[in-house]
Design a protein around this ligand. Structure first.
Ligand code: ACO
Length: 403
């Protein structure tokens, strides 16, 4: 590889690969995807087994340290994350600087970048203790921040973390509970959300994770790198798809457009409309996460007794698309976020909160990939080349002569 690169550089030639569809930027032993056969494994463990049997906190440990924890390690890990959940009190005022209806992803991105100002002794990624400290700050504080943003958008009082509760359960309590009022949490809901976090926890070199590696390759601190990843995740072609899918379904319902009419619009690429929640750069078969989410959507909705016309619409949309030549010939299947929004909505989350939920799930993956990148002696600053297609040399003329 080095020799080829040297040769390309000295001859002025470079490979042109839009979107890095065929270019690896690293070696990694975190996540394996076989896109042709719909296989996803974290550290070798199939996603189906982890979703069924593990917990999000265990998966965080697995991604970051490479092994499933034994009981004492899990207890220590959980304890240290719980200890880091409180936001600095004067930091909370920071949320007030934004309009309460501002998009939560923008507030979250700014909030995560801003955390660095409070923890200046955790910013050096080359110092393993500092990197551990930043890791725990983020794992502890990101869910707290998301629940506070949700509360502020509703104009409701925020709650502080409660260390006696498990992390996902307490995230739900902080998001939906109120001070001095008991809040009954359905364990099945906690389990369903925890499983969704597991499904989102890592996905090798996707757009936001590559962003973490890109930004971190300059030795920018973990907060700055994760904040950049949150920006990348917010786009509708990436994490923002979960919100976009629901908006698409609602629009179809409210305009009485039939599924067939909508699919025709997509196929004709009218106004650049896409079937949101469909398609993937790597999966050319059914996304294994989507299969699990689809099952969970039916379970959660029937458990909550929330018949949702939108779920019927989504199911019909999938059926029509999967039997249509346009989608078959392009290998377009539902991705992880085709059904997630329906579950989040049934749980009571507002649409704008869907992508921040994805961010909570993806955080351990971003951190694990950042740590792998920083430790890898082969890492170089990310600096892609380009193929210049602009003007050749020309010469300056005065403004007067340009008329
Ligand atoms: N609806 C309609 N057509 C699509 C879709 C879609 N969702 N996705 C891809 N296509 C078409 C493209 O228009 C293209 O058609 P063409 O050959 O006629 O030009 C062909 O399928 C290949 O698609 P590309 O855009 O080259 O695929 P790419 O790998 O670059 O993009 C992406 C992948 C961004 C996920 C794309 O499928 C998409 O935009 N999907 C909708 C948004 C979405 O759901 N994103 C979430 C992704 S998963 C995640 O981040 C959680």
């Amino acid at each position: 590889g080095v020799e080829i690169n040297k040769m390309l550089a000295t001859t002025g030639k470079v490979t042109l690969d839009y979107g890095f569809g065929n270019t690896a930027n690293c070696e990694s032993n975190i996540t394996y995807i076989d896109g042709g056969n719909g296989i996803l494994r974290y550290r070798g463990y199939p996603i189906e087994e982890l979703a069924r049997e593990s917990t999000f906190i265990e998966v965080c440990y697995l991604l970051i340290y490479g092994e499933l924890p034994d009981a004492p390690s899990l207890e220590r890990f959980t304890h240290v994350i719980k200890r880091n959940r409180l936001l600095p009190e004067d930091f909370i005022a920071f949320f007030g600087a934004f309009p309460s209806n501002g998009h939560p992803m923008s507030v979250l991105q700014a909030g995560v970048a801003g955390l660095a100002t409070y923890y200046e002794d955790t910013l050096n990624p080359l110092d393993p203790d500092q990197l551990d400290a930043a890791t725990f700050q983020l794992l502890g504080k990101l869910p707290t921040m998301v629940s506070m943003i949700a509360k502020r958008a509703e104009g409701l009082p925020t709650l502080y973390p409660d260390s006696s509760r498990d992390l996902t359960e307490d995230f739900i309590r902080m998001t939906f509970g109120l001070p001095y009022q008991s809040y009954d949490i359905d364990p099945a809901m906690v389990r369903a959300l925890d499983t969704l976090f597991i499904l989102h926890a890592d996905h090798e070199q996707n757009c936001s994770t590559s962003t973490v590696r890109f930004v971190g390759s300059s030795h920018a601190n973990l907060y700055a790198s994760v904040a950049s990843a949150i920006g990348a995740l917010s786009g509708p072609l990436h994490g923002g798809a979960n919100e976009a899918v629901l908006r698409m379904l609602i629009q179809m319902r409210d305009t009485d457009m039939t599924v067939k009419q909508f699919v025709e619009k997509v196929k004709n690429k009218e106004e650049g409309i896409k079937l949101m929640g469909f398609g993937h750069r790597v999966y050319k078969s059914y996304d294994p996460r989507a299969a699990i989410v689809k099952e969970s959507a039916h379970e959660v909705l029937s458990r909550l007794g929330k018949a949702d016309k939108l779920l019927d619409l989504a199911t019909e949309l999938e059926e029509v698309a999967l039997s249509d030549d346009y989608f078959i010939s392009r290998n377009l299947y539902p991705n992880v976020d085709f059904y997630t929004g329906l579950i989040y909505r049934a749980m009571g989350f507002r649409m704008k909160m869907f992508t921040p939920l994805f961010a909570i799930g993806r955080l351990p993956g971003w951190i694990a990939q950042y740590r792998e990148m920083i430790k890898d002696p082969a890492t170089k600053i990310a600096r892609p080349r380009q193929v210049y297609i602009g003007e050749t040399e020309r010469h300056y003329t005065s403004l007067r002569s340009r008329g």
